[in-house]
Ligand binder design. Structure first.
Ligand SMILES: [Zn+2]
Ligand SMILES: [Zn+2]
Ligand SMILES: [Zn+2]
Length: 946
């Protein structure tokens, strides 16, 4: 043939400007700029203004440093949830927040200011802290935006904004009205380096080496009345401690009323030691006393009866004494000039020591509590920097840890030290989360929120926990346990950068009574509305008092202002009141809090206490937690991990989109594993989805959904089936979003793209799309479904693959809103035709068998392309009816030229492949009998061209 007509130009070959390669790192900034120029976020809110409301409240990250991968995870998760709700027509306003006060910023400013800080007053230092926080809010805001997070970035909430600070003080006033705020001396975790009290959440346990001493405190009374054998004997009580520096503050020795103690003659002295610990203590202070040198000294537990045989001379046990009977005995302090009592306490255990506990109520929580019940003073002769005060007598001025050896030496010199002066122990010890220095318990004047007492805060919080939906469920147990066991909340801090505690103290000589007055606090808040919290420092105390207000105790009228500030957990804990209750699209209670699982002891915890104290109810209806980022081995993913990749590098390498996909594809309720390999696999999945969209778009270049769409009932069978699968997928995916099963979203969509579409529907439809009559029903039917696939998938994926969904949405034909985020979610549904689905399911099993046979024939060089094949099927009796019914469709289904059904039935379907008969159609490459110069193309092509 001389002139082959140009059939290629008659084919409907795909065309699209939607690129195969995403180029995310370049695409993303363009789309971000587009969204900003469109004012997209405002338009989303406007579109949903009349819809039902879903109140989401953002937990504020700390405005310090650049974002890390944990921040990415958290904010992307929130963004996905918020976008989903907005996509489904709910009004879900994302007001991002920052936690701006507190120690880390103040320390950062200290470092920047250096010695200059000494010449600055409080307000100047506070201004420097504010500028520092503002700087990092700006940095973090840009970093968050880069991830594609749509939120009210221009109107975030800042805990340092004037309005927020004022509301914080108003909330404190509500606490005071509720009767739960009190001032007390109490041992709190204290960092000597940072010179401040630390909250529970600010303490971390690390290994620490401490000296250990056994000390004999001589009894001041004669024990003859308790046991005649002790009459006139020099009896001593043996204590053990790892903090010799607390011995100057010793005010009691506690024994357990349920234990039996022995009086043991050791040399000149008689020592009182718990019976069950005697062998262990002797092993440490006088091993020669033990008869069997290699005796394995049993731990206290299980060793109920004292093994007399283990002692060199059991006769040295002079008496057995009931713990209870020791109460009220007096002993002399080893070096301080005082006598103190033996008291009873259930906190005394047999886990370590001698069964008699050195008690310093100013330096330990158990000691404090047992001391309260005996009316012991809360004595803590240590200053803020960890130096002994004058009250510590001979130790005054020394740093407490440095004084440890001197105190041990003194004990030794006085003959009171029973153990080796060099003994030490490595144990888990509380450290400051900021400076990582060991912390101490130190009693100071602090402001507290009482958990029990008349406010019954603890009991009411525990009740409210039951009304909240905790996702996952174990969150309930975690926060319940933490609240049930927590001490009173110490809300004061001895620092500068925060919200002041507006309490006044009477300055009349010797009075010092405090004015803890909600009306004063509200007046202070009034000034703060316009001036911020600096108003407390800028105004004289008289500005905050009611006209004529005087000291309730003495009538004095001169007052001094409290210098302590509030714990930052109080600031963020009242965010529900300062933000959710104030912003127009939000409200109380909040539908969802969503943070890392460490917030059961942090923000979830403080928010609950604040809301219950001031509003009587939990601030949230549901609380969702996510895990932490770890490497593929489960190790912490931090800068010290050799596999760590800095966030900016991750973004440059993968784009924000793959990071978003990583968040969504992981089951975030556990820890999230990140690795190169994992991200590569996700990028492969991403390409699969992207290619699916591209295939659909590339076949819609001449399709206008308004004019060309085929009604459901007139779709070709395969298209009707595909549409049914799409609707079922949509229903599943919406359900997965609603249940926060985000990993299901990605995996379902990927399976759909790879299986239902790529391997089946697209594979089969390709020839029809390319070769059928351009405007005929067969092609329009396929295009109708491709349009539905592309249109629905981009809307379903938009919350996760926000950039790609927007990009693909831009390439969709037809009338549409300016952004995929204004296009709503597709409706899911059931299959269009269950009977058809059942038949197609049967045909697809035959198809797999045929594809297998074709592959084998290709290997054996019987055929090249599948259209070169003629397939003979010998079906089972069960399959014959459906194959007969669909016989005309079978070549298209298998992408072969001819299919023949043989007459006999087989046990198992038989497929044989041979070369197709006839000539190859030059247009569509199908083989057909009877092609000639007069009839150069196949029947289908004639129709297409006709
Ligand atoms: Zn510290
Ligand atoms: Zn007074
Ligand atoms: Zn043809």
């Amino acid at each position: 043939m001389a002139d082959t007509p140009d059939y290629k130009s008659t084919l409907n070959l795909p065309q699209t400007a939607f690129p195969m390669k995403a180029g995310l790192a370049q695409l993303e900034p363009k789309l971000l700029a587009q969204w900003e120029a469109q004012e997209l976020y405002a338009k989303i809110l406007a579109a949903n203004a009349g819809g039902p409301r879903f109140v989401f409240h953002d937990g504020p990250p700390y405005a310090n440093g650049h974002l890390h991968i944990g921040h990415f995870l958290n904010k992307i998760l929130k963004d996905i949830v918020v976008k989903f709700h907005n996509q489904q027509g709910m009004l879900c306003d994302f007001v991002p927040g920052w936690d701006c006060h507190g120690l880390p910023i103040e320390l950062g400013v200290d470092k920047e200011l250096g010695s200059k800080k000494r010449e600055m007053d409080k307000v100047q230092i506070r201004q420097a802290c504010r500028a520092y926080a503002e700087r990092f809010v700006d940095i973090q805001r840009e970093e968050f935006k880069r991830l594609g997070v749509l939120a009210r970035w221009d109107e975030p909430y800042l805990t340092m904004s004037h309005g927020y600070e004022a509301q914080t003080v108003r909330e404190l006033a509500q606490f005071v009205r509720a009767g739960v705020v009190y001032r007390g001396k109490k041992p709190v975790h204290w960092c000597m380096q940072d010179r401040t009290a630390l909250a529970e959440a600010e303490v971390e346990y690390e290994e620490h080496r401490s000296p250990t001493v056994y000390v004999a405190f001589p009894a001041a009374s004669d024990l003859g009345a308790l046991a005649p054998a002790l009459a006139g004997k020099p009896v001593s009580f043996v204590i053990w401690t790892t903090t010799p520096w607390t011995l100057p503050a010793n005010l009691a020795i506690a024994v357990n009323p349920g234990f039996t103690y022995v009086a043991y003659q050791l040399g000149e002295r008689v020592l009182v030691i718990a019976k069950d610990l005697l062998l262990k203590v002797l092993g440490e202070i006088a091993p020669d006393e033990l008869a069997v040198r290699d005796v394995k000294l049993p731990a206290g537990e299980g060793e109920t009866a004292l093994s007399a045989a283990a002692l060199e001379d059991p006769a040295r046990i002079l008496a057995y004494l009931d713990g209870k009977s020791l109460e009220g005995l007096k002993y002399r302090h080893v070096f301080a000039d005082r006598e103190s009592p033996v008291i009873l306490g259930d906190h005394v255990t047999l886990e370590a020591g001698s069964g008699l506990v050195h008690t310093a109520p100013g330096h330990g929580m158990d000691d404090y509590l047992v001391g309260l019940s005996y009316g012991l003073p809360v004595f803590a002769p240590v200053d803020a920097a960890g130096r002994f005060t004058e009250e510590a007598g001979e130790w005054a001025g020394q740093k407490i840890f440095d004084a440890n050896p001197a105190i041990v030496a003194k004990l030794q010199a006085l003959g009171a030290l029973l153990s080796d002066p060099a003994s030490s122990i490595t144990h888990s010890y509380p450290h400051c989360w900021r400076c990582h220095k060991p912390v101490i318990f130190r009693a100071t004047d602090q402001w507290f929120v009482g958990m029990d007492g008349e406010g019954q805060l603890r009991a009411r919080c525990l009740e409210e926990i039951e009304k909240v939906e905790w996702i996952p469920r174990w969150g309930r147990d975690r926060i319940h346990g933490m609240l049930a066991g927590r001490p009173d909340w110490c809300i004061s801090r001895q620092r500068t950068w925060g919200v002041p505690i507006p309490v006044l103290y009477c300055e009349a000589e010797g009075c010092n009574v405090e004015v803890l007055d909600p009306a004063v606090m509200d007046r202070v808040a009034g000034f703060m509305d316009t001036e911020g919290a600096d108003a407390w420092y800028a105004h004289p105390a008289s500005d905050f008092l009611a006209p004529g207000q005087a000291c309730a105790a003495c009538g004095g009228t001169r007052f001094r202002k409290e210098q302590d500030i509030l714990d930052v957990w109080f600031d963020s804990g009242v965010s529900f009141a300062a933000v959710a209750a104030q912003r127009p699209n939000l409200g109380l209670p909040v539908d969802l809090y969503l943070e890392g699982s460490d917030q059961h002891r942090g923000w979830f915890h403080s928010s609950l206490m604040c809301s219950v104290a001031t509003r009587g109810q939990a601030p949230y209806k549901s609380v969702l937690t996510h895990g932490f980022v770890v490497d593929d081995q489960g190790k912490k993913y931090s800068k010290s991990n050799p596999k760590y990749v800095p966030p900016e590098k991750l973004l440059a390498q993968h784009g924000a989109e793959i990071i978003r996909l990583w968040v969504a594809a992981s089951d975030f309720r556990g820890d999230l594993h990140i690795s190169d390999q994992g991200l590569q696999t996700l990028a492969d999945g991403y390409r699969k989805i992207r290619n699916t969209l591209r295939y659909a778009l590339s076949n819609l270049f001449d399709f206008d959904p308004a004019n060309d769409a085929v009604p459901d009932a007139e779709l070709l069978p395969l298209d009707r089936w595909t549409l049914g699968q799409l609707r079922a997928l949509t229903a599943d995916v919406r359900q997965a979003y609603a249940a926060y099963e985000l990993h299901q979203v990605f995996h379902r969509v990927l399976d759909f793209c790879a299986g239902t579409l790529s391997a089946t529907a697209f594979d089969i439809n390709k020839d029809r799309l390319y070769t059928a009559k351009k405007t005929g029903r067969a092609r329009r039917s396929a295009q109708t479904v491709l349009y539905a696939v592309a249109h629905d998938l981009v809307r379903l994926l938009a919350p996760v693959l926000s950039f790609t969904a927007e990009e693909a949405f831009g390439h969709l034909p037809g009338q549409k809103p300016e952004s995929v985020f204004l296009a709503g979610l597709p409706e899911g549904g059931a299959s269009l035709d269950p009977a058809l689905d059942a038949e197609l399911a049967q045909l697809f099993t035959v198809r797999s068998a045929v594809l297998g046979a074709l592959e084998a024939a290709r290997r054996d060089k019987v055929i090249g392309a599948s259209l070169e094949a003629r397939v003979s099927l010998t079906p089972t009796a069960a399959l014959r009816p459906v194959l007969a019914k669909w016989s005309a469709e079978l070549p298209g289904l298998f992408i072969v030229s001819q299919v023949q059904l043989t007459d006999a039935d087989a046990e198992v379907i038989q497929v044989s492949v041979e070369r197709a008969q006839g000539e190859k159609c030059p247009r569509c490459w199908t083989y057909e009998l009877g092609l000639s110069a007069a009839q150069p193309v196949c029947r289908k092509c004639r129709e297409a061209l006709g």
